[in-house]
Design a protein around this ligand. Structure first.
Ligand code: SAM
Length: 294
């Protein structure tokens, strides 16, 4: 079937399906039936902007050029986010996870804490993590705190790097956060250096396995919902491998590790559910390896 909508772009079902396969293969993002309409509208918008009349032309261009593929992908990403998006999750970080890490690492030299915000969009999530750390960990300047924030979208990362947000975006934070952690710049508010320097941004496609060292916490909220069951399970396994024993995984409300078959321990903290890698995971592994050898 060939469809022609608001714009004069002509795209066949076959071409749309080829575009979906390419996107799934390269980014892991699945445009299933539930997002059919969204997908088809965005494809046509893109073609109209590029002055392309036929789907075959768009296919040829995105297959042949990484720059064009990236531009196409940017149009299809969902980047909805906000500061303190799930207050219960950040309460769990503040009241359970960080105090636990504080005790565990207090005598380490250097005292280091590594947190990954995977799929950070325009930066609200990693900055909320940094604000929570600054609020909770006494003399956080004396710690080596690294919050690595990654996303596939270069546009979102550019915005996040600037760290400038309109006032209405900050309404979900506590009132003292605004004065302690932002400076006013005209109608907008800029993240203060104390918070900014904890966060580093980098482009990263979660569909490709890249090892970046171990983390104490991984936030991957509202990203797995866009992946197939298979990709989701593989990514959850990678998160498990990348976490320190006793480390925590934070997912979005509609996401869970349930079907992934990975040994995470679900923990309810107030109104939130978080996942812990067992503290004895490393010991268990090395004991098992020792037994295999003998
Ligand atoms: C809905 S936003 C979630 C933002 C934030 N984590 C939150 O919960 O508020 C999803 C983010 O995942 C990113 N994303 C989608 N597929 C990705 C991939 N394969 N690799 C890295 N990031 C991806 C999108 O660009 C987008 O910024």
């Amino acid at each position: 079937m060939v469809t022609q909508q608001a714009t004069s772009a002509v795209v066949s079902e076959h071409e749309l399906s080829e575009m979906r396969s390419l996107l799934e293969q390269r980014s892991g993002i699945l445009f299933d039936v539930s997002r059919e309409r969204f997908f088809s509208i965005r494809v046509r918008e893109h073609m109209s902007e590029k002055k392309m009349a036929h789907g075959s032309e768009l296919l040829r261009v995105i297959r042949g050029s990484n720059v064009e593929y990236d531009r196409f992908l940017e149009r299809l990403l969902t980047q909805e986010t906000s500061f303190n998006r799930y207050p219960a999750i950040f309460r769990a970080l503040e009241n359970k996870v960080l105090p636990e890490m504080h005790v565990k690492k207090f005598w380490e030299n250097p005292r280091a804490l590594r947190i990954w915000s995977a799929g950070c969009a325009s930066g609200e999530e990693p900055y909320t993590i940094a604000i929570t750390v600054a609020d909770t960990i006494e003399s956080s300047e004396a710690w080596n705190i690294e919050i690595l924030a990654t996303d596939i979208s270069k546009q979102a990362l550019e915005f996040a790097e600037r760290g400038v947000y309109p006032r209405r975006e900050l309404e979900t934070l506590k009132p003292h956060h605004l004065t302690s952690y932002f400076t006013q710049e005209g109608p907008n508010f800029k993240v203060r250096p104390k918070i900014r320097k904890m966060v580093s941004f980098a482009p990263l496609n979660l569909a490709q396995a890249v090892y970046m060292g171990k983390f104490d916490c991984i936030f991957c909220m509202n990203v797995l919902i866009y992946f197939s069951d298979e990709r989701r399970a593989a990514l959850i396994q990678r998160f498990y491998d990348y976490l320190e024993p006793g480390g925590y995984l934070f997912l979005g409300h509609a996401e869970s590790v349930a079907k992934a078959g990975v040994n995470f321990q679900p923990i309810v903290v107030g109104d939130s559910l978080i996942y812990q890698k067992p503290d004895n995971a490393a010991t268990k592994k090395s004991t098992a390896a020792g037994q295999e050898k003998s």
